[in-house]
Write a protein that binds this ligand. Sequence first.
Ligand code: CTP
Ligand code: CA
Length: 229
Amino acid sequence: RGAAADAADLAGRHVVISAGGTREPLDPVRYLGNRSSGKQGYALARTAAARGARVTLVAANTALPDPAGAEVVPVGTAEELRTAVLKAAADADAVVMAAAVADFRPASRAANKIKKQEGRDPEPVALVRNPDVLAELSAARPAPGQVVVGFAAETDDVLANGRAKLARKGCDLLVVNQVGEGLAFGTEENEAVVLDASGGETHVPRGPKEVLADRIWDAVAARWASAAH
Ligand code: CTP
Ligand code: CA
């Protein structure tokens, strides 16, 4: 932790963090999901609380201890996550979308458990698009001076894809990391580049998720400071 981390430099700020991965139900017992553990989002919550912020953590299907000092709002689906994040964002100084939000959900949810049919092939699963919470937040800007942060996991052309995604989403900062075999998912460490909409680029070498979290809060604080001038 750096000197800034000891200074309670986020005191008086309300930050909202989404973490984990959404689950989109097919029937009462099955879902489409993803491998996000929520560890990076929880590290963001712990570090923000340690630096004095009021923290709302919207947690999608995580199995991690509640971070000290954070208000935890559990959610399941992308729709539930959207409702919880937009509500908490109304008075937030920063929103960090660390959750893996499913791009699609099953078009319908069977009321009863889906059964095999003897001698018949299964029905294909029809999908529909989920709302893009990050793009919606970036367009709405409910609170003045709010800083909106996205995450992107890319497997190739990491920086170019990250820049394009930052522009497309309209957020202020985008944290890009490379994923693939044995990288990022469920691990204790992360390596990333923090892209700033103003053109800045901060490389954070492989290390604990807390260290990346502190660098992300540094970048958020820098946006607040530049907006104040
Ligand atoms: N995100 C979101 N709502 C969605 C999908 C993604 O808010 N329905 C957010 C994620 O929380 C993340 C950011 O958008 O902060 C980027 O997610 P990513 O999946 O990389 O972006 P997509 O636009 O879905 O692009 P892709 O087609 O590469 O999945
Ligand atoms: Ca996606």
